[in-house]
Every structure is written in structure tokens, then in C-alpha cells.
Design a protein around this ligand. Structure first.
Ligand code: SAM
Length: 243
């Protein structure tokens, strides 16, 4: 049996410091320091649409993997948690390459700003690319959504993390950025890079390579040796200056 195609109109759009996929945590909650927002779009931007939501600490965000939606999908994928070596079925994965490219993330709801007909949800701890279209928002319900004795297949616990070290000049730059109102840049970088954003095959082959990650208006450069990641530079991003 076949069913008719369905189409949805996004109810909101994500504003995030993640301007590219590289460096985004692979799941929400892994870098709680990272903030962002969801701007509700007409006709869902009316304050009535979120009445009562402020009483919830977390929300489910259902969204479109818009940046990879045109790349198709395969029945099996190689999750980074399995070192990119073993295949599992697409429905046994949280891959963005899916038949219907829909993602779901539980994020912290830090507040709701409603004024002049605009409604903005302030969020943190997310794994969402800038400009991600949001399809739906629902309150997280601890009594039902949290299953303490769940069986978690190949992802029994949070991924292991790397030790992070900064070159003194990079640390100085973080401190200067913090003093000029950019927030705790050092803590954000530590949380993100501890997750080891390198593709699984780079991790496996221990490639000696320099990496660059964009974070908001910043470009962060780093190298990895063994289990230690060295942050070599933090500077304003040239590419973002042109945006
Ligand atoms: N928590 C969601 C889920 O389980 O459905 C997403 C998991 S997916 C593995 C997370 C990755 O998707 C991020 O690390 C980032 O590389 C990618 N991503 C985030 N937003 C995206 C978007 N709008 N389009 C394509 N890829 C995106």
C-alpha cells in the first residue's frame, strides 16, 4: 500500500552559532553552554501559541535536516559511535540521511521573549545548524519521555571525550573575547571540542591534520594528538565577516 505525500510548512527557524555542520555536537545536551534561539514564524508567532510553555524546562524540537535533505539516504548507515566501521539500519540510527529528513532534539528552554508580534524561544544545549527549519515544538514530559531503564543498543553511554589544551595565545584571545561581551568562549570551545568533531575515519587513522571550526563569528583552529586536542587559535572568522 502507498500513501500520498505530505508536506509541512516550518513553524519557526533556528538561530544558532553553528554556521556549518563540522563541530556541532552529535546529540543535544552534550554542550549545555551553547545557546541559540527559535524564532516562530507567522501564523505561529502569536504569543498564544506558546502560552504555558514557559513552565517547562525542556522542549522537543522537530526539525528538517535542511542542509542534507537533498543528499538522499541508504538503508544502512555507519554511526560515528561504531567508529564509522559497522553498519546499522537507518532506523537504528540518528543519522541526518533519512527517507524523511526529520530530526528531533530535546533542548533546554531558557526563556520566551514575546514582543511586537514576535515570539522567540531561547534555547541551549542544542545540536542545530543555523537556519534549521523547525517543524514542531512540544514540551518534554519527564514522567513519560525519561526512561531510566532503557536499553540503548550501541550507544549505552555518552561518547568518550578528549582532553583539551589551549596554546597560551588562544587562551588569551578567549579571555579578551569574554571581556568584550562574547561570553565564556573558552568553556564553549572546551565543551564542543571535547566531543571530538573529527569524522570517524580521521579518528581511526589518527590523521595528523589541522582543523578549523566556525563558532558564531569565530574561527577556532586545533590539532589532535592521541587523546589530547590542542586549540591553536581563536580569531574572528574571515568568511563570516563577508556574510
Ligand atoms: N538530535 C537529532 C536527532 O537525533 O534527530 C540530530 C542528530 S544528528 C546525528 C546531529 C547532527 O546533525 C549534527 O551534529 C549536525 O552535523 C547535523 N545537523 C544539525 N542540524 C542540521 C540541519 N539543519 N541539516 C543537516 N544537518 C544538520
Amino acid at each position: 500500500m502507498r500513501t500520498n505525500p505530505v508536506s509541512f510548512t516550518p513553524i519557526g527557524i533556528v538561530h544558532s552559532p553553528f554556521r556549518e555542520k563540522f563541530g556541532i555536537p552529535r546529540q543535544p545536551g552534550l554542550a549545555p553552554q551553547i545557546t541559540g534561539s527559535i524564532e516562530l514564524l507567522p501564523p505561529c508567532n502569536h504569543a498564544d501559541c506558546v502560552r504555558g510553555l514557559e513552565a517547562f524546562s525542556h522542549i522537543w524540537v522537530l526539525f528538517l535536516f535542511h542542509d542534507t535533505a537533498d543528499k538522499g539516504w541508504r538503508p544502512t548507515v555507519r554511526p560515528p559511535r561504531l567508529g564509522g566501521k559497522r553498519k546499522v539500519g537507518v532506523f537504528a540510527s540518528r543519522s541526518n540521511f533519512r527517507p524523511n529528513p526529520i530530526g528531533q532534539s530535546v533542548v533546554r528552554l531558557d526563556g520566551i521573549d514575546s514582543e511586537n508580534g514576535n515570539t522567540i524561544l531561547r534555547i541551549s544545549g542544542h545540536d542545530l545548524l543555523d537556519h534549521t527549519p523547525v517543524l514542531d515544538i512540544k514540551p518534554y514530559l519527564g514522567y513519560s519521555d525519561c526512561i531510566p531503564d532503557s536499553r540503548d543498543g550501541y550507544a549505552q553511554s555518552a561518547p568518550s571525550t578528549l582532553a583539551i589544551r589551549f596554546l597560551p595565545a588562544a587562551l588569551d584571545q578567549c579571555r579578551r573575547l569574554a571581556e568584550s561581551g562574547h561570553g565564556d568562549v573558552e568553556a564553549m570551545i572546551r565543551a564542543l571540542l571535547a566531543q571530538d568533531p573529527r569524522p570517524a575515519y580521521h579518528q581511526r587513522r589518527r590523521l595528523d591534520k589541522r582543523y578549523g571550526m566556525k563558532l558564531g563569528e569565530l574561527e577556532v583552529t586545533f590539532e589532535v594528538a592521541g587523546n589530547e586536542l590542542l586549540v591553536t587559535g581563536v580569531s574572528p572568522s574571515v568568511a563570516n565577516d563577508k556574510r
